[in-house]
Design a protein. Structure first.
Length: 118
């Protein structure tokens, strides 16, 4: 995470290698997950309806960023994407064994999910 006291902390002296970029994207995903956690905690910590609406919207934008970053990561490292798909399939099989149905998407929402981006 960048040090806010140093405005140059995010600058690099050279271009990243592909491997370094992949690692940087993973760190970016962690940052987005952390932001979701923090914004959601703020939503839960207030009764102000306007604050809840704004913070929820910001939180959900962070979720969209994860989808974008995961798509980029899949492009940069297709082998890693195969591992994600394998894990998703394992969970689906467990759900089938336990006779758990996947949640149905509301017809008013997009059908694209992080999983479907993989």
């Amino acid at each position: 995470m960048a040090s806010l006291t140093n405005p140059f902390s995010g600058l690099v002296e050279r271009k990243l290698t592909k491997e370094e970029l992949i690692q940087a994207i993973r760190v970016d995903i962690v940052g987005e997950l952390e932001a979701i956690f923090v914004y959601d905690a703020h939503v839960q910590a207030t009764d102000d309806p306007f604050a809840k609406k704004v913070l929820s919207d910001i939180r959900d934008e962070e979720k969209a960023h994860i989808g974008e970053l995961m798509t980029l990561l899949r492009h940069l490292d297709p082998e890693e994407a195969d591992h994600f798909a394998e894990g998703e399939e394992e969970v689906r099989e467990m759900m089938e064994q336990l006779k758990i149905e996947s949640p149905k998407k509301d017809s008013n929402t997009s059908s694209t999910t992080v999983g479907s981006l993989l």
